[in-house]
Design a binder for this molecule. Structure first.
Ligand code: ADP
Ligand code: NI
Length: 203
């Protein structure tokens, strides 16, 4: 008899194994944060929490940057869930959730409540203090300038705030996500105000 609590524990373990070898910028702690936040959002939204949790823990294991060959079929996630004796119907639901949230080019919001929760959690992890830290970590590892006021570099970390991070608060799916995004958005704006004040020698 399959027990979701056990499968979720195993999925955490699986994420540790998968991301141990990762150098694409997706580390296991991103997955663990998305999982923790998904629990919070899914519970408040009245979603099916275990399904949302498993989708969160598996949402990046078949990411096309990390695992291009398995991305289309979500092969690693499916193999893991089969190995845990999760019923086929639930595997389909989890894969559908992962599929809906993992296409950044996908403009349609997920059509399941669980998908909406996981997508909000994933986007919230690019906002707030963590979002700021991830952005400069990403920029540094790709040799990008911190800030490029003359626009010569085109891909500075500060530019990424305007290209992506500041747009996320209007892309939330759930009431809970919208509420959490308000605060994280304010953290981004406060940071930018401080950054430019210091950059210009005003403080
Ligand atoms: P996701 O987990 O949604 O797939 P990405 O792989 O696109 O996220 O990015 C990982 C992290 O790096 C995110 O926090 C994102 O905001 C940040 N990031 C992505 N592109 C850039 C960029 N050009 N400059 C700075 N940070 C970036
Ligand atoms: Ni993610």
């Amino acid at each position: 008899m399959m027990n979701y609590e056990t499968v979720i524990e195993q999925a955490k373990q699986f994420a540790w194994e998968v991301f141990a070898a990762d150098s694409s910028g997706h580390d296991v702690y991103h997955t663990l944060r998305v999982h923790a936040l998904t629990r919070t959002i899914a519970a408040e939204e009245g979603a099916q929490v275990p399904l949302a949790e498993l989708a969160a823990l598996l949402h990046d294991v078949d990411d096309h940057k990390l695992s291009p060959d398995t991305a289309a079929g979500k092969d690693r996630a499916v193999a893991f869930l089969r190995g845990q004796n999760v019923p086929q119907e639930e595997i389909c639901m989890i894969v559908k959730i992962i599929d809906q949230i993992s296409f950044s080019r996908n403009t349609l919001p997920p059509d399941t409540l669980e998908g909406k929760c996981v997508q909000d959690a994933d986007r919230l992890d690019a906002m707030g203090a963590i979002g700021i830290a991830r952005t400069f970590a990403f920029g540094g590892s790709h040799g990008r300038a911190m800030h490029d006021p003359l626009g010569q570099d085109g891909g500075s970390s500060i530019a990424h705030f305007y290209d992506k991070l500041l747009l996320l608060k209007d892309r939330m799916n759930t009431k809970t996500g919208i509420r959490l995004a308000q605060h994280r958005h304010a953290v981004l704006e406060n940071f930018l105000a401080e950054f430019f004040a210091e950059w210009n020698g005003e403080k």
